[in-house]
Design a protein around this ligand. Structure first.
Ligand SMILES: *[C@@H]1O[C@H](CO)[C@@H](O)[C@H](O)[C@H]1NC(C)=O
Ligand SMILES: *[C@@H]1O[C@H](CO)[C@@H](O)[C@H](O)[C@H]1NC(C)=O
Ligand SMILES: *[C@@H]1O[C@H](CO)[C@@H](O)[C@H](O)[C@H]1NC(C)=O
Ligand SMILES: *[C@@H]1O[C@H](CO)[C@@H](O)[C@H](O)[C@H]1NC(C)=O
Ligand SMILES: *[C@@H]1O[C@H](CO)[C@@H](O)[C@H](O)[C@H]1NC(C)=O
Ligand SMILES: *[C@@H]1O[C@H](CO)[C@@H](O)[C@H](O)[C@H]1NC(C)=O
Length: 333
C-alpha cells in the first residue's frame, strides 16, 4: 500500500516536471582535457579538493581550479600504455585494456580513493594518487565483469559497490540494455579483512549505491527495472531487502548529502516508445531516507537530451556528471 502510494507520488512529480520548464541554473562547465569524455562520477577529498572525476581513457582527473582545469591524478590500470590509452573516448575492446573508472568515493579517514572500474573491478588509490591496488576483480580471480557504482561508509570505511552484470561488459552495453539481464549484484568490501560479501543478487543492471547516514541501510538502483531497492544492514530487519521506490526513468548514481538525504540521477524517456525521435530527459531527484520526493531538478540546460549519470550536493552547490559528455557541471536548482 505504502509502495503504491510512493509510485503515484513519483509518477505525479515526474509528469509535473516534464510539463514545467523549471530547470537548474548552470553556473559552470568543468571541461575535461580534450578529447577525453565521460565524468561518470565525482568525488571530493578530505581537504575539500576536487572534484575528482572518472573518465573514458582510464584516468581519474582532479579539478584544481579555473586556470589549470583538470589534472591527471591516477589511473586504474597497473600497466597502462599512455600512447594507446590517452585520449580514448569510445567503448571499444581497447578501452577494456586501459580501464574505465566509473563510481568514485573517498575514505576521508585514510584519504584513499576507491574506484569501481568497469573492467578492473574494485580499485584503491593511495592519498597521493601514486599507489594503485586492484582489490576485487579479474586479476584476483573474481568473476567481476562490469563493476559500476560505489559508496564508502564514512564511519566504518566499508565499501559498497555494484556489479552491473556477470554476462555483459560495458562495451556490450547496448546489448545489455535489450537483454533483460538480471545477473547483477550488490557487494560489500571490508578493508579490515579484505573480505567481499554479496548482499543482494539477481539485480537488473544495478547502477548507483549509497549507504545511509547512520549506516543502517544501503540503497541500490536497478537501471533496467526503474527502481531503487533498500538492503537493511542493522536492526531487526538486517539482511533483508525491500522496494525503496519506483521511478519513471532509469536510476543511475545515488549520492547522500550532508543531511542524510539522497540525490538520484534519473533519466526518463519523452515521447512514444516507437518514435524515432524519442529523447531523454536527464534529472536529479532528491529524496528523504523514507523515499519521499523533496525536489526534482531538470538537467536539460546542463546536458540537453544526453543522460546524466550523477548528481551530487557538495558545500551547498550541485555537481553533475555524465558517461558521455566532455564536462562536469556546477549548478543551482
Ligand atoms: C564552499 O562555498 C563557499 C560559499 O559559496 C565558498 O566560499 C567556499 O570556497 C566553498 N568551499 C569549497 C571547498 O568549495
Ligand atoms: C605502447 O604502445 C605503442 C603502440 O602500440 C608501442 O609502440 C609501445 O611499445 C607501447 N609501450 C609500452 C611501454 O608497452
Ligand atoms: C607506494 O608503494 C611503494 C612500493 O610498494 C612504497 O614504497 C610506498 O611507500 C607506497 N606509497 C604510499 C604513499 O603508500
Ligand atoms: C575473489 O577471489 C578470491 C581469491 O580467489 C576469493 O577468496 C574471494 O572469495 C573472491 N571474492 C568474490 C567476491 O568473488
Ligand atoms: C589486504 O590486501 C592488501 C593488498 O593486497 C594486503 O596488503 C593486506 O595485507 C591484506 N590484508 C588482510 C587483512 O588480508
Ligand atoms: C545478518 O547476517 C549476519 C551475517 O550472516 C549475521 O551475523 C547477523 O546475525 C544477521 N542479522 C539478523 C538480524 O538476522
Amino acid at each position: 500500500m505504502l509502495n503504491m502510494a510512493m509510485v503515484v507520488i513519483t509518477a505525479t512529480l515526474l509528469i509535473f516536471l516534464l510539463c514545467s520548464p523549471s530547470g537548474a541554473i548552470l553556473l559552470n562547465k568543468l571541461q575535461l582535457p580534450s578529447p577525453v569524455t565521460g565524468p561518470e562520477s565525482l568525488a571530493f577529498d578530505r581537504n575539500n579538493g576536487g572534484p575528482y572525476v572518472s573518465s573514458s581513457d582510464g584516468r581519474i582527473f582532479k579539478y584544481v581550479g579555473p586556470n589549470e582545469g583538470f589534472k591527471e591524478y591516477a589511473s586504474t590500470s597497473l600497466n597502462r600504455n599512455k600512447t594507446v590509452c590517452d585520449g580514448l573516448a569510445d567503448f571499444s575492446a581497447v578501452q577494456a585494456t586501459c580501464g574505465r573508472p566509473l563510481g568514485l568515493g573517498f575514505n576521508h579517514q585514510t584519504g584513499d580513493l576507491y574506484v569501481a572500474d568497469a573492467y578492473f573491478g574494485l580499485v584503491k588509490v593511495s592519498p597521493d594518487g601514486g599507489n594503485v591496488t586492484q582489490l576485487v576483480g579479474p586479476a584476483q580471480g573474481n568473476s567481476t565483469r562490469f563493476t559500476n557504482g560505489l559508496d564508502v561508509d564514512p564511519d566504518t570505511g566499508m565499501v559498497y559497490f555494484t556489479e552491473a552484470s556477470t554476462n555483459f561488459q560495458l562495451k556490450d552495453f547496448q546489448t545489455l540494455l535489450n537483454s533483460g539481464d538480471n545477473s547483477g549484484s550488490l557487494l560489500k568490501y571490508d578493508p579490515s579483512t579484505n573480505q567481499t560479501t554479496v548482499l543482494l543478487s539477481n539485480l537488473a543492471v544495478p547502477s548507483g549505491v549509497a549507504v545511509s547516514r547512520d549506516g543502517s541501510f544501503v540503497l541500490v538502483g536497478e537501471y533496467l527495472a526503474n527502481r531503487i531497492q533498500r538492503v537493511w544492514l542493522k536492526g531487526p530487519r538486517a539482511n533483508s531487502s525491500e522496494l525503496f521506490m519506483l521511478l519513471l526513468g532509469r536510476p543511475d548514481n545515488i549520492k547522500r548529502n550532508s543531511r542524510g538525504q539522497f540525490w538520484i540521477s534519473v533519466n526518463s524517456f519523452i515521447g512514444s516508445p516507437r518514435s524515432p525521435r524519442r529523447s531523454i530527459l536527464p534529472a536529479g531527484v532528491r529524496v528523504t531516507e523514507n523515499g519521499l520526493i523533496l525536489q526534482v531538478v531538470s538537467l536539460a540546460s546542463e546536458y540537453g537530451t544526453d543522460a546524466a549519470s550523477e548528481v551530487q550536493e557538495y558545500n551547498g552547490t550541485l555537481y553533475s556528471g555524465s558517461l558521455l559528455a566532455s564536462y562536469a557541471t556546477i549548478f543551482t536548482p
